[in-house]
Design a protein around this ligand. Structure first.
Ligand code: GDP
Ligand code: PGA
Ligand code: MN
Ligand code: MN
Length: 608
């Protein structure tokens, strides 16, 4: 079949000639059975879902218990982002840097041409126009994802402003990031489909110079919903470097104190380290109010008033299900009440979803994420540890009224953090911006199930951007330093480092976490107001025992010491590990960060 006779290819619902030509070109390469331009309407969603149900990809949940909601079970080999299969194909390998997989762009294009030739045979090619950020905002940017997965088209409809509005915003000549996705599972004439088609081989490829994305072989999460990690972080970080802004792996939270003073806080934690939970925090302290602006990504730019403004480029939450419960995150539970797609959770006997941590005791008659009867004695979880929900952000009961404000929200504080069982205090304030950038550059965290790396092993994850920075991370540090140096220091957000994950000798968490994290946010907010005390330590400013509101927590003195004391010997060891990491960047590492390291060792030597 030639592309010109392909059902659905013509007439295109746009006069954007470049877009139409690109869609024709991709159709000619991938050879789908038909083409569908997504308009994002409710009727279209219904049709897409009906088709996915017929194929066995989606199972409808009980429409009374969970209206408009569906369950998908992925192929067991397609459950998380595949960092080892993710490539930054800059012209020069040095521009991808030591933390990314680089591949030669010319060779990669050759390989992709082969892989994508006929890859959509027997399937529908969906053309999915989307806006990252509120439609029409100057802080927003447009993209078009071509995919042969109906599940991806539906998920993009939840996670982005998808369809006719985005196409209209593109006009006849607007700029868009082209993103091509295939499951890599062409169907021969008469061949039966499987519920979760994918390919053993996976390639998640970015061309930063031409701002293109190509994804092959996976249908899951960040590998396949290309607006999220591939565009809003990897490609956008390159755009941000070139245009003087920031694309970050950060939640955005609005915190209002009992006097009605509001602060906007952005926080970067690695995947599965507490962003969604903090973004939806339910304060345990009376009079404090927390509202949600975003839970995963922040695009930030300095405004004319010299302050840093942030927008959440997404329209939905793609959150970790396990561990989410009424006790830990009631707001997430309420958000998921309807119109949600769950992937790799367990199913209950009465047509609802379940995951570890949701409720006790474990319900009888569960079907695990692999579709088998759950055996609680097996030691295997019923839900995959990286089971996820995709839910519209507007369903969150704490969504901030300004979450779609095209101007963004002015950021008062930036938090870095990670999962650290030892060494790192509950909260530390940076001495200044440059010291804060040093802190961000040295984030280390225990691996989680969000990616296919070893769970529990500590790895450096600078700015929680290790898997998401689309260029040389040394240049990225320099970009942060430059923006700070150009700004009015008094208007810069203050920088803090937090750690909810300290463990005692028995391996239990010392800090209660979740809603109680508001106690740390209270201290931060009072620091910003000049009201809370801190002590200077070699690693930064930590709360005095009196300045942190610990009323009613019943923490022992040992626990407090674990959370707040800085052990100079342990930190000397920590600091000793930084040079080996910094050296991997060679001369791309800003000298100012080396100076920060030297200053840290001097401060440590002075107290030892
Ligand atoms: P995200 O992937 O960064 O958005 O992280 P989530 O907010 O989804 O949390 C990931 C996992 O960490 C979940 O299992 C949460 O229950 C758990 N978690 C989140 N916040 C806390 C906390 O304050 N303390 C503890 N102990 N666990 C937390
Ligand atoms: P997370 O987002 O940060 O909520 O885990 C998805 C991911 O990073 O893979
Ligand atoms: Mn993330
Ligand atoms: Mn999250």
């Amino acid at each position: 079949m030639t592309s010109s006779s392909l059902p659905g290819l013509h007439p295109a619902p746009t006069r954007h000639a470049r877009l139409v030509a690109w869609v024709e070109q991709i159709a000619a390469l991938t050879k789908p059975a038909r083409v569908h331009w997504c308009d994002g309407s409710a009727e279209e969603k219904e049709t897409l879902i009906a088709d996915l149900v017929a194929r066995g990809t989606l199972t409808q949940l009980d429409p009374v218990k969970r209206p408009g909601s569906y369950h998908a079970a992925s192929d067991p080999k397609d459950v998380a982002r595949v960092e080892s299969r993710t490539f930054i194909c800059s012209d020069d390998a040095a521009d991808a840097g030591p933390t990314n997989n680089w591949a030669d762009p010319i060779e990669m294009r050759d390989r992709l041409d082969g892989l994508f030739d006929g890859c959509m045979a027997g399937r529908t090619m969906y053309v999915v126009p989307f806006s990252m950020g509120p439609l029409g905002s100057e802080l927003s940017a447009l993209g078009v994802e071509i995919t042969d997965s109906g599940y991806v088209a539906v998920s993009m409809g939840i996670m982005t402003r998808m369809g006719a509005g985005a196409l209209e915003a593109l006009g006849e000549d607007g700029t868009f990031v082209p993103a091509v996705h295939t499951l890599g599972a062409p169907l021969a004439e008469g061949q039966a489909d499987v519920p979760w088609p994918c390919n053993e081989q996976k390639w998640i490829v970015h061309f930063p110079e031409t701002r293109e994305i190509w994804s092959y072989g996976s249908g899951y999460g960040g590998n396949a919903l290309l607006g999220k990690k591939c565009y809003a972080l990897r490609i956008a970080s390159v755009m941000a470097r070139d245009e003087g802004w920031l694309a970050e792996h950060m939640l955005i939270l609005k915190l209002t104190d009992p006097k009605g003073r509001a602060k906007y806080i952005a926080a970067a934690f690695p995947s599965a380290c507490g962003k969604t939970n903090l973004a939806m925090l339910q304060p345990t302290l009376p009079g404090w109010k927390a509202e949600t602006v975003g839970d995963d990504i922040a695009w930030m730019r300095f405004g004319e008033d010299g302050r840093l403004y942030a927008v959440n480029p997404e329209a939905g939450f793609f959150g970790v299900a396990p561990g989410t419960s009424r006790n830990t995150n009631q707001n997430a539970i309420s958000t998921l009440a309807r119109d949600t797609v769950f992937t790799n959770t367990a199913l209950t006997a009465d047509g609802d979803v379940w995951w570890e941590g949701l409720s006790k005791p474990v319900p009888e008659g569960l079907t695990n994420w692999k579709g088998q009867p759950h055996d609680p004695t097996s030691g295997e979880p019923a839900a995959h540890p990286n089971a996820r929900f995709a839910a519209p952000a507007h369903q969150c009961p704490t969504i901030a009224p300004e979450w779609e404000d095209p101007r963004g929200v002015p950021i008062d504080a930036i938090l870095f953090g990670g999962r650290r069982a030892s060494a790192v205090p509950l909260v530390t304030e940076a001495f200044d911006w440059e010291h804060g950038v040093f802190m961000g550059s040295t984030v280390a965290s225990e691996g989680t199930a969000a990616a296919e790396n070893a769970v529990g092993e500590i790895r450096r994850d600078p700015f929680a951007m290790l898997p998401f920075c689309g260029y040389n991370m040394g240049d990225y540090f320099a970009h942060w330093l430059t923006l700070g140096a150009k700004a009015d220091a008094a208007k810069l957000p203050r920088i803090f480092f937090v750690n909810w994950f300290r463990k005692d000798q028995d391996g239990s968490f010392v800090w209660p976490g979740f809603g109680e994290n508001v106690r740390v946010l209270k201290w931060i907010s009072e620091r910003l107001e000049g009201e809370a005390e801190a002590v200077d330590t070699p690693v930064g400013r930590v709360p005095t025992r009196q300045s942190l509101d610990l009323d009613g927590l019943g923490l022992s003195e040992t626990a407090l010491a674990t959370l707040l004391d800085v052990d100079a010997e342990v930190w000397t060891e920590e600091a000793g590990m930084i040079p080996a990491f910094y050296e991997t960047f060679g001369d791309r590492l800003p000298k100012a960060l080396w100076s920060q390291h030297v200053a840290l060792t001097h401060r440590l030597d002075a107290v030892l």
